[in-house]
Design a protein around this ligand. Structure first.
Ligand code: ADP
Length: 464
């Protein structure tokens, strides 16, 4: 067990203001693997000051020089991929193959995309007799969750730096080791002191202090809708910018004529990735009543291909385990039919849940409305396309989704009517440049690619 001291503030590791610590637990064996400082409002204030002091210099650094430093960060991420993957496995429980392909690999791609965008983006445009300048918003407070610990950090820090903003990061308490490793790599890359700062700590203390800090210009938050709502209210009262990436309950809609087996397998795989801890996971599978029972059998079969402890890791924490089990029990209590998995522990140790499939789920059930954040697929039956659309759009969320059809045009026509930020058509692959974000209560703002960069810019018009 390692006890870490210090926060990364103003280009150096400084002792935390108070002695409190947070234990980091390996969810696969339930052992405490490290302790990190529990930052307080005092640490947050020091970090915000460092970010504010570094802002004029960084904002004045030309796009080409910013791009070169982001590229240097990308190179550090790439050359430390093995250490990143090991760290994510240790504190999140991600199986090694997933940790290296996604948790370590995706951030390299995203950082690389912002190295390119910083250099190529046009930070000035002409509208009539006006020169419109796209300037950095200022000091960014970034609050990130544990589910994709490094991706969530890089998806905020890289565009913020590309825009010329400086950052204070408060990562999730469950996965602070990945965040500390990121800070080390930013330092190694030569990013100037104060441009990036890290304060570990709890949400209610360090997170709340960062969101409320009067010298933070933009709060970028990814996490639960409950906390996002609170952060949005605080930011609104202070008239500061806010970006919120929140929960989801995405629908995977199989239209008649689609390859049913392929669609079901892909949907189950999508939910099982990261043990179901993905905000955009396609957790509601919608199938026409004529092929519903066939789909149920296929889904149960597909779930059996994800043995806990091998292809599927544990949930991040005991708290999440309790939460997910509670939802599974509630599904049974509300009358859904369990066709795979269930609430029992599949292994002696670790926060594991079996891949779980529910049939006979109706749109009003809790498991069809609330985000479970575990390896749980719900199968809903629809009568016709209008019914499918009503069900697909019938939650407070709108983050991801999928449509499967015999031809692409039919799938696209359906997707156009979905109230959601992203839709995969017949298994279209993930695009790290496509805007990612929510309709309805799934959030405000977009991440990734040029749309993600725009979040960190504000405009000034000069009338010539
Ligand atoms: P989850 O329930 O999935 O852990 P949360 O929304 O609670 O998601 O956490 C996401 C991030 O928000 C974490 O970094 C957490 O520490 C932080 N957080 C939690 N509560 C607050 C709060 N009241 N103010 C600011 N940040 C918070």
């Amino acid at each position: 067990m390692t006890t870490h001291d210090g926060m990364y503030i103003g280009g150096q590791w400084r002792p935390a203001a108070s002695a409190g610590t947070i234990a980091v637990v390996n969810p696969a064996d339930e052992r405490i693997i490290a302790r990190v400082p529990a930052g307080t409002a005092e640490d947050v204030d020091a970090a915000v000051r460092a970010a504010r002091a570094a802002l004029p210099g960084w904002a004045a650094t030309g796009p080409a020089a910013r791009a070169a430093l982001i590229a240097a960060v990308r190179d550090e991420l790439r050359s430390h991929a093995a250490e990143i993957a090991e760290t994510v496995t240790a504190e999140l429980g991600a199986p090694p193959a997933l940790a290296s392909a996604v948790h370590a690999g995706l951030p390299v791609a995203v950082a690389g995309s912002y190295a390119e965008l910083a250099a190529s983006h046009s930070f000035e445009e002409t509208i009539g007799n006006s020169a419109v300048l796209l300037e950095p918003v200022g000091v960014v407070g970034a609050i990130t969750p544990w589910n994709y610990p490094l991706h969530q950090i890089v998806a905020k820090v890289a565009p913020a730096l590309a825009a010329g903003c400086t950052v204070v990061l408060k990562p999730a308490e469950d996965t602070p080791l990945t965040a500390r490793l990121f800070a080390r790599l930013v330092h190694r890359a030569g990013v100037p002191a104060g441009v990036f700062n890290l304060v570990t700590g709890t949400g209610p203390e360090a997170g709340a202090a960062l969101a409320a800090h009067e010298d933070v210009d933009l709060v970028s938050f990814t996490g639960s809708t409950a906390v996002g709502r609170r952060i949005g209210a605080i930011a609104g009262a202070a008239v500061k910018r806010v970006a919120l990436e929140l929960g989801g309950k995405s629908a995977s809609v199989v239209l008649p004529g689609a390859d049913l087996a392929g669609a079901v397998r892909a949907t189950v795989a999508n939910v099982m990735i990261n043990s179901g801890q993905t905000c955009s996971a396609w957790t509601r599978l919608l199938v026409h009543r004529d092929r519903y029972e066939e789909a149920v059998a296929l889904a149960a079969e597909a779930a059996a291909e994800y043995p806990p402890g091998a292809r599927i890791g544990p949930l991040v924490s005991e708290r999440q385990l309790r939460r997910v089990r509670g939802y599974i029990e509630q599904g049974v209590a509300e009358g859904a039919r369990l066709v795979a998995g269930g609430p029992e522990s599949p292994l002696e140790r670790g926060f594991y849940v079996s891949p779980t499939v529910f049939a006979d789920v109706t749109p009003g059930m809790t498991i069809a409305q609330e985000e479970i954040f575990g390896p749980v697929v719900t199968l809903l039956r629809y009568e016709d396309e209008e019914d499918a659309l009503r069900i697909a759009n019938g939650t407070v969320y709108g983050l991801g989704g999928a449509v499967w059809a015999g031809d692409e045009a039919a799938a696209v026509a359906f997707a156009r009517r979905m109230e959601t930020g992203q839709v995969h058509i017949n298994g279209g692959r993930f695009n790290p440049l496509a805007p990612f974000g929510g309709y309805k209560q799934s959030g405000v703002g977009r991440e990734l690619g040029p749309h993600g960069l725009a979040e960190y810019l504000q405009t000034k018009s000069l009338q010539l």
